[in-house]
Ligand binder design. Structure first.
Ligand SMILES: Nc1ncnc2c1ncn2[C@@H]1O[C@H](COP(=O)(O)OP(=O)(O)OP(=O)(O)O)[C@@H](O)[C@H]1O
Ligand SMILES: [Mg+2]
Length: 469
């Protein structure tokens, strides 16, 4: 059974077709003008629309694109009584599924209708297969991120509202853009509404627009962000901050895709696809009456949770590499090497600010090591170096282990082995607390620079040989 709309001013024919389609098991309705037809199409879920060309309020072919872009994305079959020899060509060029001549509509209708419905079924199946994603901007290959990319592909192929959740800096906006860029709406607008920074007094006019004179300083009619998003994607960032008053209005906009600009008497229509993001627990807010649960239900037809960076540490290395390469490209300099030890330090950190914090850290590393071909842990910001030093202190000391039960119960090591072990422990410890700062290592140990380099090299510790003087 399919939902079918007949847009024809010939009431008798429309009734006949409606009856015929209903007897064939479909749900059919009719409209006698283009305006009524468009309203019904926008508010319904029609899969096929039979559209007449000569209508009292305009030409059906000219109105075809507006019928085609309603949310249900119907297939359009053009009907004409004019016998225009170019009619079929024009209809198909305008994006119609098929073309029927009026005298034979009843006789010929079944075949194109069946084909159109079969085509829609096939298309539905295809849209569930993840297409080759455009994901150049999204770096990482951890299993957790790959799972998010799978969900991204599903979201991009669908028209359902998506709610992106995750801590600050995990990439919610990046994913929202990727959903848009991979969707059928990619060539239309991606409109960002930052709900946290909308001024309380201007919120409605920013979202819905206003007409001239609606309030003081409204000296011209302005369309709002919802209208701008027509045909594209509306991204409600920090949606948990939307004031209660606006939540209620917005719920209606989501349900009907209609809204009334401030001061206007007529409602307007916008066919936008909604993606929202939050780093707050909306279920918790809803359970305390701070967020409307009916709106929450609408927002999250699909949800996509971005895990924090500390839960997908495999992504740190490629992300750090990517950010550093990008900085080098922008500065038009050769790309830099990254010492292994720097990667190790990045892995120790918890990244409460997630990918954004890593990006800022690499900016600092880049600035600190701008004149060197390789960057080292030494170039990290102080707060991360302090963590490294603390972590180094917590590492089980080989000396303590050596002096412990093994020393007492096991065989006595040779003097040479014992000294090597002691030396290695000392140098590792020294390297950890100074973050590889050669001057500092010399000062604390009393070793000469030449001897220190020699020992570090002997024990294969750190990148000391590459460090600056
Ligand atoms: N997987 C990734 N690959 C490359 N860059 C990323 C990735 N994830 C995040 N980023 C970058 O990190 C920064 C923060 O990402 P984004 O703004 O999307 O985070 P957010 O979740 O919206 O944060 P907030 O909640 O603070 O608004 C951006 O510059 C983004 O490009
Ligand atoms: Mg954001």
């Amino acid at each position: 059974m399919a939902e079918i709309l007949i847009v024809d001013d010939d009431i008798m024919l429309a009734e006949m077709l409606t009856g015929y389609l209903q007897r064939a098991g479909h749900r059919a309705a009719s409209a006698a003008t283009l305006a009524t037809g468009l309203d019904m199409a926008a508010g319904g879920h029609y899969e096929v629309i039979f559209l007449d060309v000569q209508m009292p309020d305009g030409n059906g072919l000219a109105a075809l694109p507006r019928f085609a872009e309603v949310v249900s994305g119907p297939e359009i079959i053009i009907m004409t009584g004019s016998g225009d020899p170019d009619g079929a060509e024009k209809a198909i060029q305008s994006g119609a599924w098929s073309y029927l001549e009026k005298p034979h509509v009843l006789r010929d209708l079944l075949l194109p209708l069946t084909r159109a419905l079969q085509y829609r079924e096939e298309r539905k199946k295809i849209s569930h297969i993840p297409v080759a994603l455009k994901r150049d901007a999204i770096i990482g290959r951890s299993p957790a991120l790959l799972q998010c990319l799978d969900q991204l592909a599903t979201a991009a192929a669908s028209e359902a509202s998506v709610l992106l959740t995750g801590e600050t800096g995990t990439g919610k906006e990046l994913f929202a853009r990727a959903i848009h860029d991979n969707s059928n709406r990619a060539d239309r607008a991606f409109v960002v509404v930052d709900c946290a920074s909308l001024p309380e007094t201007l919120i409605e006019s920013t979202l819905f627009g206003h007409i001239k004179g609606a309030f003081t300083h409204a000296d011209r009619t302005t369309s709002g962000l919802i209208k701008t998003a027509h045909g594209g994607t509306l991204f409600l960032d920090e949606v948990g901050e939307l004031p209660e008053r606006v939540q209620k209005t917005f719920l209606r906009v989501l349900q009907e895709h209609r809204f009334r600009p401030v001061g206007a008497t007529r409602e307007e229509h916008s066919d936008f696809r909604l993606v929202a993001a939050t780093n707050r627990d909306l279920d918790w807010l809803a359970s305390r009456g701070l967020f409307r649960s009916d709106l929450l239900y609408r927002l999250r037809s699909l949800t996509l949770h971005l895990p924090p960076l500390r839960e997908r540490k495999e992504d740190i290395r490629p992300l750090a590499r990517h950010f550093l390469n990008r900085l080098c490209d922008r500065a038009r300099i050769d790309s830099k090497g990254i010492a292994d030890e720097l990667f190790e330090s990045l892995l120790i950190h918890d990244w409460p600010g997630n990918v954004r914090e890593l990006q800022q850290t690499m900016e600092q590393v880049f600035a600190n090591g701008i004149h060197l071909p390789t960057v080292f842990a030494y170039h990290l910001p102080d707060h991360i170096r302090v963590r490294m030093a603390v972590a180094a202190l917590k590492e089980p000391s080989p000396v303590i282990a050596f002096r412990g039960p093994t020393m007492q119960n096991g065989p006595l090591p040779t003097w040479k082995d014992f000294r090597t072990e002691q030396e290695q422990f000392y140098l590792r410890y020294l390297h950890g607390i100074t973050c590889g700062d050669i001057k500092e290592m010399c000062r604390l140990s009393g070793l000469s620079r030449a001897r220190l380099y020699q020992l570090l090299s002997l024990h294969r510790i750190g990148p000391a040989r590459h460090l600056p003087d």
